[in-house]
Design a binder for this molecule. Structure first.
Ligand SMILES: NC(=O)c1ccc[n+]([C@@H]2O[C@H](COP(=O)([O-])OP(=O)(O)OC[C@H]3O[C@@H](n4cnc5c(N)ncnc54)[C@H](OP(=O)(O)O)[C@@H]3O)[C@@H](O)[C@H]2O)c1
Length: 232
């Protein structure tokens, strides 16, 4: 039985390229998206390219949805090897913390931080049961505590929290073959990064795939950019 990868927000951007590259490597890929139609379109495109791909409707803000995904994986594919917590929003560019509205704050934290927590909580037990798992949390330099600046508070705090999730979970997983790392993909040409960004999304996805397929002696609990450790 070949390994199973789950990619959230796999319908576009870095998530789409990550799903595509994992399918090319032979993974069975579960493409989650909050729109069922978008998930199906993306999965169908991978199947046309010869990949083994399944769509799954999931709004990552929904903890029940994460549990539903775990049950579906158990029933249909029998395992989960990789979890790519990619889905994210960037809604408060140039906004001061003092001007941050509740909707932006809640949407950002629920999507970028609580979503990955729900998914780790739901899927790590299956990884532990098979003593293999790799989790990549898509983080950002905006979440680096050593390099904090003004504004973008909701996004920065969500990614700093995501890094804390990486560190706490890695500590809890010490002694197992389940690894979790944060990856900053750099500034990437996607809907989020915009057309002026200096990195190609396929190149950024290749770094995510690298972190998701680390050997047993690879790092866990690290903050990585361009395949190197960076300070938290
Ligand atoms: N691009 C950059 O320069 C950059 C830099 C640093 C970090 N990152 C991080 O990399 C990750 C991917 O970014 P990207 O540039 O590929 O962004 P993107 O092109 O804007 O794509 C974001 C993805 O997240 C999905 N998403 C948003 N809210 C969701 C929700 N509640 N439930 C499920 N899916 C949801 C979107 O789905 P819909 O299509 O339904 O909206 C879309 O698939 C993010 O975590 C981002 O913070 C990006």
């Amino acid at each position: 039985m070949s390994a199973v990868a789950v990619v959230t927000g796999a319908n576009r951007g870095i998530g789409w390229h990550t799903a595509q590259q994992l399918a090319l490597l032979g993974y069975q890929v579960v493409l989650t998206a909050r729109s069922a139609a978008a998930a199906e379109r993306a999965a169908a495109q991978l199947r046309e390219q010869g990949g083994r791909a399944w769509p799954f409707e999931l709004d990552v803000r929904d903890s029940v949805g994460a549990a539903r995904l775990a049950a579906w994986l158990g029933n249909h594919l029998g395992r989960v090897d990789l979890l790519i917590n990619n889905a994210g929003v960037f809604l408060d560019d140039a906004v001061s913390l003092l001007d941050l509205d509740d909707a932006t704050l809640h949407t950002t934290l629920n999507t970028n931080l609580l979503g990955p927590i729900y998914l780790c909580r739901a899927l790590v037990p299956m990884m532990l049961a098979q003593n293999y798992g790799r989790i990549v949390n898509l983080s950002s330099g905006y979440g680096a505590l050593n390099d904090m600046g003004p504004n973008i508070a909701a996004y920065r705090i969500s990614k700093a929290g995501l890094n804390a999730l990486t560190a706490v979970l890695a500590a809890e997983l010490t002694g197992t073959n389940v690894k979790v790392n944060s990856v900053c993909p750099g500034w990437v040409r996607t809907d989020m990064g915009g057309p002026k960004a200096n990195r190609d999304p396929a190149e950024a996805a290749a770094d995510v795939v690298w972190a998701a397929t680390l050997d047993d002696d690879g790092p866990s609990g690290a903050f990585l950019r361009y395949r190197e450790r960076i300070p938290w």
